[in-house]
Design a protein around this ligand. Sequence first.
Ligand SMILES: [Zn+2]
Length: 309
Amino acid sequence: MLTLTGPEDRILILLPWQTQGSVGDLLQIALRRMKAMPLPYGPVSDPRAAVRYALHSGATAIVGIPVQVLAMARHKEGHLLRNKIKYVLLCTDYVPQAICRALEAAWGCSVFQHYGMTEMGLGGGVQCRALRGYHLREADLFFEIVDPESGEVLPEGETGEVVFTTLTREGMPLIRYRTGDVSSFLPGKCPCGTVLRSLALIKNRVDGFIQFGGGKITLPDLDEKLFDFDFILDYKAYVRKNGEQSELQLVLKTVDGSKADLSAVIKSVLILPALQDSERHRLILQVTEEPDFTAFTGGTAKRTITVIQ
Ligand SMILES: [Zn+2]
């Protein structure tokens, strides 16, 4: 956090924090240690309430879950935070670039990404102001990139599966733990001068695709298309397979259940190579009006494509 934050900052924490040792709890302890002011809040179930809390508490930075922070920015009161929020740090889930662009445009802020998982002790790496890759927590974790098939360590710079080994942990040591995430080490030095290695931003998982018609479809493919539409807050993707035929169903959560023209959405999704073979797939789009935001985002759960056989 020292690379992003100073003692003048008031950081709104939109992560679970009530339990001792939870991610939000550890973050607030760390922020206090560096004399910054943590504002623990929790996951966003009501975007309007979260925007108002951010305003009234004088938050200058936000740490949260990508779709939940996006819902705040795209709420009709979200613009009130413009030029008040200096930076947003996104974590717990894959971060679509389309969401980073939307937050930067809405609030005039910087957007950083964090990489981690429970098995790493939550923290794995974080972007610095150079926004290159994640600087890894190498004092505690040893990272390698391996061939996902053979498990062989790949030469520096090649893309493969991220595995890590805990160096200092006594309770639950892990050796070459397979994360399922696909990435590569970035060669060369970061302009910030860190001695830590940088890992390229995670864009995919080893098993993170669904066979669809003649091609593959991934959640990041859909994310980058859908989150560019400023009325889309979140969505659920279902693939139904019926013999040779595949059916992609997208249920969109839109701003105020807006019945926007969906033809542009359909057109942008249809550009995906996996959807080119129109004989063998169908695209169904539904727009839901779900007033309960949590019913849609599912708290801190990672988003996935659901396959219905
Ligand atoms: Zn750096």
